[in-house]
Design a protein. Structure first.
Length: 125
């Protein structure tokens, strides 16, 4: 990806940070002085462009972390916290469904039968 903005800073990372977590090894981070605060990641071993990240991606990644409930790696839905919450929701919905039928009897719905009026069958002449 090409960026015409001036380079603000270049730093060497010995290991990937959260923004470049899908890539391995040492890499260069090139920060640009543009409106999006873009950062390019380039492999220190091969010189190959790896990924470009900006403020929009960082915002998306933050909300992805909240959605996944994986606050450390931001990758997996199989995080213990989300598994625990899923079983809690399953238990709450199951007991609620049970109580829905356990709490009512036929007598509770008698008022529905009284409201119905019989249809008129005669004709007016």
């Amino acid at each position: 990806m090409m960026n015409e903005a001036p380079v603000k800073q270049v730093s060497l990372l010995s290991k990937p940070n959260l923004e470049a977590r899908d890539h391995a090894g040492a890499m260069w981070r090139v920060d640009f002085a543009d409106a999006e605060n873009n950062s390019a990641y380039v492999s220190a071993e091969t010189g190959r462009f790896l990924v470009m990240r900006g403020d929009t991606w960082r915002t998306w990644d933050f909300f992805w972390m909240l959605h996944n409930m994986d606050y450390v790696n931001r990758k997996s839905f199989n995080h213990p916290l989300i598994i625990f919450v899923a079983f809690g929701v399953l238990w709450a919905s199951g007991t609620g469904f049970y109580l829905l039928f356990k709490s009512f009897s036929k007598a509770d719905f008698r008022w529905l039968r009284r409201r119905r009026k019989p249809a008129a069958t005669g004709s007016t002449t």
